[in-house]
Design a protein around this ligand. Structure first.
Ligand code: GZL
Length: 338
């Protein structure tokens, strides 16, 4: 379990208020491209910025929206994007980062599929004097190996989801038998959402128990398969926390196949807030969603330019997120950006 305090080992406070970060300062000074700010999209000296980006994969609606946001924002910023889809495999991400180093890109960014196993390749990037910016997910490597993170607080998302579950279950009579569909094992969102959810649940109604919890890999098929197994072993499940909407939507298929009413017989809270999640919520099949904003592209491109221009950036650049219950879904749908 990665606690928030371990996200940036050795950093006094996670949200350094634009303090000059030693790692950044080192990157800015040591990177050959960290010169005076050039034209938009240039790394100084008029040379266009090339960003090597390794994406986790295309496992969910969230990921699709995240990829589109990054591609659109790179285009708007005049930044050349070398994009690689790792199909949720760490070895593919490591190979992609090595390719970016060989291509001598100006900056590397990636959303690490899992938190561990990055020290070697991040050291290679540092030795090549190419700054690395994390997006979306954290790593447990030493903070000197990357400049900053642009992404959400997953532990807070787990806590928010638990408070939504309390709201959804308020007034429920009888025992609550809860299941949890976890995201990809070893990933920051799965580890931290579970931790945040547990922290709130442990302090809530002691009769509420998570009786079964399993990895559904953030995919619809994963949610469907795992939920079908859950219902076989625990037919009395009446509450589900899914770490993302796609697994919740897959689970809904198995709940219906088992002759039960999702959102009624089994209360469902999930995370993300993608379009299909809102549609399911407007139909009463998902009861509440803790939003996780995938539209990180503009913040990432601003951070890329700032880092290459040797400017100070926060160690953790967070995205803004809200919570939604089913009664809000229909009104919110038309203005949803993803
Ligand atoms: C969260 C992101 C997660 C989403 C899933 O920031 O890493 O991965 O919650 C996605 O939908 O697959």
């Amino acid at each position: 379990m990665i606690a928030r305090r371990d996200l940036f080992r050795g950093t006094a406070g996670m949200l350094a208020a634009s303090a000059l970060v030693p790692a950044l300062d080192a990157c800015a000074k040591s990177s050959p491209k960290a010169s005076s700010p050039g034209a938009s999209g240039s790394g100084g000296g008029g040379k266009a910025i090339t960003l090597g980006f390794s994406q986790v994969g295309s496992e969910s609606g969230w990921r699709t929206a995240n990829t589109q946001s990054i591609k659109d924002a790179a285009g708007k910023a005049g930044i050349t994007l070398n994009f690689s889809d790792a199909q949720q495999k760490q070895e593919n991400q490591i190979a992609a980062i090595r390719n970016f180093i060989a291509q001598k890109v100006d900056v590397i960014s990636f959303s690490p599929v899992v938190t561990s196993g990055w020290d070697a390749v991040l050291t290679e990037a540092k030795n090549a004097k190419i700054p690395v910016i994390l997006t979306d997910r954290q790593v447990d490597s030493d903070q000197s190996l990357y400049v900053c993170l642009v992404g959400s607080d997953f532990e807070a998302e787990g806590e928010r989801a638990a408070h939504l579950m309390e709201k959804v279950l308020a007034g429920a009579s009888g025992p609550i038998t809860m299941a949890q569909l976890e995201g990809t094992s070893g990933s920051a969102p799965a580890t931290q959402r579970a931790a945040g959810f547990k922290k709130v649940m442990d302090a809530s109604d002691p009769s509420w128990k998570i009786v079964i919890s399993q990895d559904g890999n953030f995919t619809r098929d994963g949610g469907k398969q795992v939920m079908a197994a859950f219902l076989q072993s625990h037919p009395d499940i009446n509450a589900l926390f899914a770490h993302n909407d796609d697994m919740a939507i897959g689970a809904i298929q198995s709940i219906v196949a088992a002759g039960k009413k999702p959102g009624t017989d089994i209360k469902i809270v999930s995370v993300d807030g993608v379009h299909d999640g809102f549609v399911a919520m407007s139909q009463g099949q998902i009861n509440a969603i803790a939003e996780c904003n995938p539209l990180l592209g503009p913040q990432l491109m601003d951070t890329v330019k700032a880092v290459l221009a040797g400017q100070t950036v926060d160690r953790w650049i967070k995205t803004k997120e809200s919570d939604f219950t089913a009664d809000q879904a229909a009104a919110a749908l038309p203005s949803r950006q993803y």
